[in-house]
Design a protein around this ligand. Structure first.
Ligand code: HEM
Ligand code: HEM
Length: 194
């Protein structure tokens, strides 16, 4: 083995891993993120259809799952930035540039949406509560109506933009699988783990 290969890569190669497949942790974190985002969107769009007691349960579930989503995103970013957990790029040229940009955009949008969600809850004069187990109090008290209205607008726009970009991202993954017939989707599916 050449001397200039980093230690973590060398260990992986020695273990029979060529670094072209996502590991179990990355795959679980990706699909947890996708599921949570879809559930969050669905809850936010449908709670108005229900009577107050149900709506309140849906809203507090949304906030609790929002905290879980924040933890999953932080875990994903830490895991991804730790040496040895990155995967080898299997695309090139404009497709690589486009998919990297979409992934970066998704991370930025998700972080922005989480910040807006926390900010809005605090602006309502509530703490951010995790299924009644613990709560994070706001650094500020209830904000006035225009400020709450602005946070509502931004959070709602953010939700639609995330769902749209994630939709394009999912279509891209399906295009890889069914048209280009490469391993881009297969290596992110449960069971693909090295
Ligand atoms: C990607 C993740 C998320 C999506 C797609 C999403 C989506 C939505 C949607 C569609 C609404 C309804 C908007 C409206 O009524 O105008 C909403 C409301 C809300 N979201 Fe999120 N949200 C996400 C994450 C979060 C997070 C992390 C938190 C904070 C913990 C949060 C807190 C709230 C709050 C407090 C409301 C208002 C509830 C109320 O009407 O009192 N959201 N969200
Ligand atoms: C709300 C839904 C979704 C979100 C927020 C999301 C987000 C992301 C992000 C941020 C990445 C970059 C991962 C990394 O750090 O390396 C990624 C990768 C990936 N996602 Fe999603 N995703 C979603 C849904 C989906 C769906 C439905 C599919 C399949 C149809 C999919 C297929 C993939 C694949 C194949 C990769 C790896 C791409 C590569 O290796 O270049 N995602 N996703």
């Amino acid at each position: 083995m050449p001397d200039n290969i980093p230690f973590d890569t060398a260990t992986r190669i020695a273990a029979g891993d060529d670094g072209t497949t996502y590991d179990n942790v990355s795959i679980s974190l990706h699909w947890s993120t996708a599921l949570l985002v879809i559930v969050q969107f669905a809850l936010g769009q449908t709670w108005d259809w229900f009577a107050k007691p149900t709506r309140q349960v849906m809203e507090s579930t949304h906030v609790s799952l929002g905290m879980l989503l924040a933890a999953v995103i932080v875990a994903r970013l830490i895991w991804r930035l730790m040496p040895g957990h990155e995967v080898t790029e299997i695309t090139s040229g404009w497709i690589r540039t486009a998919s990297r940009s979409v992934h970066l955009l998704l991370y930025a949008l998700l972080i922005g949406e989480v910040v807006l969600g926390f900010g809005w809850r605090w602006a309502q004069g509530h703490s951010v509560d995790f299924f009644g187990l613990f709560a994070i109090p706001g650094p500020y008290g209830q904000l006035d109506r225009p400020a709450r209205g602005l946070l509502k607008e931004l959070h709602e726009w953010g939700a639609w933009i995330i769902i749209s970009v994630a939709g394009v991202h999912a279509l891209g993954a399906l295009y890889h699988h069914y048209v280009l017939k490469d391993r881009v989707l297969a290596r992110m599916l449960p069971g693909a783990a090295r």
